[in-house]
Design a protein. Structure first.
Length: 220
């Protein structure tokens, strides 16, 4: 099974060829670090590379940039092969995720974000929210492993006391348990961002800027 190319060679290098098949990958970082742009660019590249390719996008945060997708794919033809859900609650998200093991057969899946609706649910009780999120992650892992799909989970963050100014993913322990690959996105200076492969641990990273809805390499 081939890795899923992002269409951006510096990031593919960090990922040793792209997002791994048959596995969950977590992309996390503060707002404005490019999580959705990377996911959308990757899906667009996938749809354009193979005219028969399909992809799935769970638009849980309601921020999927359709205009950008049209720009990146050159029109509506490729978008007819992109299947989008927009759940309004964690329960709706669970119902969608439970369908994936019977639905996907190697096609990429994006969940944007995996913890947005979860955060709202924690207001009603953390235990139930954690149990439901763990249930979703188990189904996502089954879908990835059973069909060979690369599944990208975009994660929100919250502040931590140490180190000062540091952040970590919301539902950090659950996501680190289920995701064999973790990519951290961080601000560097001005409009420059850095992608760091956090798991499996390595020294691989790249700098980039978000320009015109895409990624531009920044040389060190």
């Amino acid at each position: 099974m081939r890795r899923l190319s992002t269409g951006f060679s510096p990031l593919d290098g960090v990922l040793e060829g792209g997002f791994p098949p048959a596995a969950l990958t977590l992309l996390y970082g503060e707002a404005g670090t490019g999580k959705t742009i990377i996911a959308v660019s990757t899906i667009a590249h996938h749809l354009l590379t193979d005219p028969r390719a399909k992809a799935y996008y769970i638009n849980a945060d309601g921020r999927l940039p359709i205009d950008l997708l049209i720009d990146l794919t050159g029109g509506e033809g490729a978008l007819e092969r992109l299947y989008i859900w927009s759940p309004q609650s964690l329960g709706e998200q669970t119902l969608i995720v439970e369908r994936l093991p019977d639905l996907v057969r190697g096609e990429p899946v994006v969940v944007d974000s995996i913890t947005g609706l979860y955060r709202l649910k924690t207001a009603e009780g953390a235990f139930k929210a954690n149990k439901e999120l763990n249930h979703q992650l188990a189904f996502l892992a089954e879908a990835a492993q059973g069909g060979g799909s690369p599944i990208l989970l975009l994660g929100q963050v919250h502040s931590v006391p140490e180190p000062p100014g540091g952040v970590e993913p919301v539902a950090d322990r659950l996501l680190r348990y289920w995701c064999p690959t973790i990519l951290r996105l961080e601000r560097v200076r001005g409009s420059v961002r850095r992608a760091v492969r956090e798991k499996p641990r390595s020294q691989r990273s790249c700098l980039y800027q978000i320009r015109h809805g895409g990624l531009m390499e920044v040389h060190r």
